[in-house]
Every structure is written in structure tokens, then in C-alpha cells.
Design a protein around this ligand. Structure first.
Ligand SMILES: [Zn+2]
Length: 166
């Protein structure tokens, strides 16, 4: 799923569970963390295609098997999308640094939603380092802008409902 939808979903979880802005922002940030490691892949692909502001287009990602060509880059995206990373790295970090526990749920929400919003070649490997790949229902990251806006509106409405009823 796209980063804005993830952030809105994390924001809703933060609003549902936390009372101050700092904790809400921490929870929201954990919903985007798994994709932060994707930044080097963006740079690599945009550099190859000479894109402005290092922003690759959808077409740059499609039809090319980056996973096989750059297994190291693929691994630094796949690892944080693994349930083992959540259990062995994220959860202890949240507990050690006394962060809001909903940050764990927020991180999990990212993996869970990505399972269904990445498919085939870009499917998530939820048990990484094991190579089992889950093929989701759609590739939301190649949706047209209209589809993305609908997704943002959907999660923004949920966020507002949570804020309203809390
Ligand atoms: Zn992701």
C-alpha cells in the first residue's frame, strides 16, 4: 500500500489508543517504518532511469525483475516486512524504549495490509528469511492517482471517525 494510506491508518491507531500528540505521532510513524528501507531502491531505480528528484515512475518498476538482479536491495525491503522482524526487532525496541505499545500494532498493520496490496513479483515475504511469498489481491502502488486518492479518503474518514468517537 502507498505510504500516505499507511500513515493515515497508523494515525487512526494512534488516535484510538494514545492521548498526546507525541505518542500519536510515534504510533503513526511505526506504520510507515517498514517502507523506509525502500529508499535506496528508489535511488537505484530512479538513477537508472534518470528520473527527476529521484522519483521513479511506475513503469520503471514493472516488467523488470529487480529482486533477482539486486537481491541485497530486495532483502532490505523484505526483511522489515517479516513477522520475525516485528517479533525480534520492533517489539523489543518498543518495550526497551518505553514507546506506546500500539506502535507494535501499527507496525503489524503495515505488514498485514501489504500482504493483500502487493501481488505476484512484488508479493510480501511475511516469513523472511524464509522465501515463502504471499501473493495479494492487487498492486495498489501501481494504482492511478484517482485510486490512491480514494484510498486516502477512506483512511482519512476512518481517522476522523476515531477522533470523533473517542
Ligand atoms: Zn510496505
Amino acid at each position: 500500500m502507498d505510504i500516505v494510506s499507511h500513515a493515515l491508518m497508523g494515525g487512526a491507531l494512534g488516535m484510538a489508543s494514545e492521548n498526546n500528540l507525541k505518542d500519536i505521532l510515534i504510533v503513526a510513524s511505526f506504520s510507515v517504518l517498514p517502507d523506509v528501507t525502500q529508499i535506496p531502491i528508489y535511488f537505484k531505480i530512479s538513477h537508472q532511469h534518470k528520473r527527476l528528484f529521484w522519483l521513479p515512475k511506475h513503469i520503471d518498476w514493472m516488467g523488470k525483475n529487480y529482486h533477482d538482479r539486486y537481491p541485497g536491495l530486495a532483502a532490505i525491503w523484505e526483511a522489515p516486512h517479516s513477522i520475525f522482524f516485528l517479533l525480534l526487532v520492533v517489539t523489543p525496541s518498543v518495550l526497551i524504549f518505553h514507546l506506546p505499545k500500539m506502535a507494535i500494532g501499527s507496525y503489524f498493520s503495515h505488514i498485514f495490509v501489504d500482504l493483500f496490496t502487493h501481488k505476484s513479483k512484488w508479493g510480501i515475504k511475511p516469513l523472511w528469511p524464509f522465501q515463502y511469498k504471499f501473493s495479494g489481491l492487487t498492486d495498489t502502488w501501481i494504482w492511478q492517482f484517482k485510486g490512491l486518492v480514494l484510498s486516502w479518503l477512506f483512511f482519512a474518514v476512518i481517522l476522523l471517525l476515531v477522533r470523533w468517537f473517542r
